[in-house]
Design a protein around this ligand. Structure first.
Ligand SMILES: Cc1ncc(COP(=O)(O)O)c(C=O)c1O
Length: 392
């Protein structure tokens, strides 16, 4: 008997699938602008110096490899809570999780367990949100976030939509560097959103994957910290994949802000059970690196400088791309890119243009036209500008 004959081929992941196609492409001039990973000016992956020093320290200390508890290393969690929320409060439960994706998934599973049915996510959003929440047992609905014609955040339509979301529903928010558009609400917008969400009685669920990639560590945490100060209960998933370059180490956090320490304890007991039945406990290495860096004034300072270098290289390349396209006589004015934050630029390129870029120029990006600005460098910029102008 063949057990697997009826298993159908799953569709490729919209982003990881492209990455595989890129790797298989034999053309030497190929450019990968698909997956959200930082690259240097030489288009090489970067391991931060602060991370290398922390790893050295960890190795010399000869730490053991025992299991962590389900919610991870308490020192790491404590420092993560401080980085995300700026304050420690005993009504906040935090757990170390294997990357931002696991934090989002845990949020979904926990919501499903406490009776959540539908989560409201922005349109557009990170391609994986729909999939993760559906797998976690929730239904997914969307709210308007982006005005495609004006290429900006549509606050009025979002606030109107919030008024129609059933009270008690979870609503997913990108804390900063909205993926894929790169367009974030302003601090004033966030205050208005906080009021609208509170008035409607919704539960904010923040996906915080890019702290430090937008304007700065504190600036990017403004929304989460403001919502906390404004009295919201909420869920937050954060990731150290991007801001520490720890992509493959799977390092992140999941936090639940409750009303009181007793609720936090009860929430903890349930989340621990979900984790135990899932991956049992998180991996050690990434969290040790983070805890080591955040515990040392010198390493933390070095990390902050390295983070700023990454942030500034990205914004410089975004500016150079927009300027190059405009100077090349593009029919579209690309100045809108200046307002975008974080790793991505929502280029507005059509699916046809994206396909032509891949087929004719070996330039890879998802069909929604979201390009990874960190994949641009002085080495490939002119080629990319010319190619985009050719397919416009
Ligand atoms: C919005 C958003 N959330 C979560 C993640 C997942 O991060 P991680 O790689 O840490 O799982 C990403 C990564 O691309 C992202 O863009």
């Amino acid at each position: 008997m063949k057990f697997f004959d009826t298993v159908e081929m799953a569709p490729p992941d919209p982003i990881l699938g492209l990455n595989a196609a890129f790797k298989a492409d034999p053309r030497s001039n190929k450019v990968n602008l698909s997956i959200g990973a930082y690259k240097t000016d030489d288009l090489q992956p970067l391991v931060l110096a602060a991370v290398k020093k922390a790893e050295h320290q960890i190795l010399t200390e000869g730490m053991d490899k025992e299991y962590l508890s389900q919610d991870g290393d308490p020192e790491y969690v404590k420092r993560s809570i401080k980085l995300v929320f700026d304050i420690e409060q005993d009504n906040i439960f935090g757990a170390q999780v294997p990357g931002g994706t696991a934090g989002v998934r845990l949020a979904g599973e926990f919501l499903a367990q406490i009776g959540g049915q539908v989560i409201y996510i922005p349109d557009p959003t990170w391609a994986n949100h729909n999939h993760v929440f559906t797998r976690a047992g929730l239904k997914v609905a969307s709210y308007p976030y982006y005005d495609t014609d004006r290429r900006e955040f549509t606050k009025s339509r979002m606030v109107e939509a919030i008024k129609r979301i059933p009270t008690g529903s979870p609503i997913l928010l990108h804390a900063c560097c909205h993926n894929p558009t790169g367009i974030d609400p302003t601090p004033a917008d966030w205050k208005e959103l906080s009021t609208a969400i509170k008035t409607q009685g919704l539960l904010p669920v923040f996906d915080f994957a890019y702290q430090g990639f937008g304007q700065g560590i504190a600036e990017d945490a403004m929304a989460v910290r403001y919502f906390l100060a404004d009295g919201h209960q909420m869920l937050v998933a954060n990731s150290y994949s991007k801001n520490f370059g720890l992509y493959g180490e799977r390092t992140g956090g999941f936090y639940v802000v409750t009303t009181d320490p007793a609720s936090a304890e009860r929430v903890k007991s349930q989340v621990m059970r979900i984790i135990r039945a899932n991956y049992s406990n998180p991996p050690l290495h990434g969290s040790r690196i983070i805890a080591t860096v955040l515990a040392s004034d010198a390493l933390r300072q070095e990390w902050e400088i390295e983070l700023a270098v990454m942030r500034e290289r990205i914004s410089g390349m975004r500016r150079a791309l927009a300027e190059g396209l405009n100077a090349g006589g593009s029919s579209v004015d690309f100045s809108f890119m200046y307002k975008q934050n974080g790793m991505f630029s929502y280029s507005g390129l059509s699916e046809t243009a994206v396909n032509r870029l891949r087929e004719e120029f070996a330039i890879y990006m998802p069909t929604n036209g979201r390009l990874n600005v960190a994949g641009l460098s002085p080495k490939n910029l002119d080629y990319i500008v010319e190619a985009i102008l050719a397919v416009l």
